[in-house]
Design a protein around this ligand. Sequence first.
Ligand SMILES: Nc1ncnc2c1ncn2[C@@H]1O[C@H](COP(=O)(O)OP(=O)(O)OP(=O)(O)O)[C@@H](O)[C@H]1O
Ligand SMILES: [Mg+2]
Length: 365
Amino acid sequence: MILRRFKAENFRNIEGCDITFSPGVNLLYGNNAQGKTNAVEGIYVFARGKSFRLADDKELVRFGSDGFRILVEYETKDGINTLEYAFFGRERRRKKNGYKIDKIKEMIGSFKAVLFYPDDLLLVKASPEERRAFLNVAIGQCYDVYISYYANYKKALENRNCLLKLASKGMAVDGNELISWSYYMAEYASYIHLMRKEYTARLSEYANGIIKEISGGKEEVNISYKSDVEENLSKREDVEAEYRKIFTENIEKEKIVGSSLYGVHRDDLLIDLNGKSARHFASQGQQRSIVLAMKLAEGEVNKDICGEYPVFLFDDVLSELDEERRKYLIGGIGERQIIITSCERDSFGISDANKIEVSLGSYKN
Ligand SMILES: Nc1ncnc2c1ncn2[C@@H]1O[C@H](COP(=O)(O)OP(=O)(O)OP(=O)(O)O)[C@@H](O)[C@H]1O
Ligand SMILES: [Mg+2]
């Protein structure tokens, strides 16, 4: 997938822009606070459905304006497509190739991108919640049904937690209702579990190949999926039965605590480097290499599943990587497209034709 164009009106500090991108490596460069990340944020809205900076749509509107409109034009193996997203007042409009689309899922499933930004550098050491978020976004890009499973699971979890909270305050709650939410959760947990397990196995294999290359064969990484259900279960019905058992057997304990103590909302990724927990033993540089490998691996898995590479968006991370990692990244891009932002113009060996100067919300090819 190749991003050809990004247009924006009244988005963040961009009054109006029309940026064209080339296949291969593209660089958005400029001083601080000019609008480099803003452009990446706008592009990534189409892949994630919302801002990666966790801003709500209102914050994305340029100060003093009443709404924004953004558009991407991208090429897939089936041809050129456009996606458009507009937000005015409370109204949201999404279009694909000029036709209205209702579901955010359709937008997410159409344009695919892998984002790598400075906060990601801490992923190995971050909380399980952040690693789950990584998994959710990565899998959601490959399978839009995952997004529905996850939304249904969360709805059931919220209802179950609500009852448990009341119980923890000594109020009477309907036991059957708790069981029924537990069953509902178990069903969706089983789908999520199996998709996460399969995705992690694929991710780990690619990430390990990349780490071996980066380290000249000296290092190995293994990423495994940690959940409340036994590892060897692979039939969905068995996984569901196991979750039902865990959810129903622990209700009394959970009534005291007031929340659901088990389930896929507590999952994690275990990351080992050379057989030892990377979180505890890997150096900072090694941890960065692991995250770089995970991001590139995410692109490989995405390609295996969807048939083509996603667009890679690297916001401000190149300067955080050493010379060798940069060379590895830029040297071996092959058919991938990478959009990089940096304050530096000339440090990365990128051709002048692919450099875009960013200054106060304007972009000059
Ligand atoms: N809703 C908004 N309306 C207008 N301007 C905004 C809005 N939100 C953010 N900005 C401005 O956008 C600028 C930041 O842009 P951005 O984060 O893209 O900078 P950057 O070029 O990536 O800088 P850095 O190199 O520091 O990362 C800030 O000056 C900020 O005040
Ligand atoms: Mg920035």
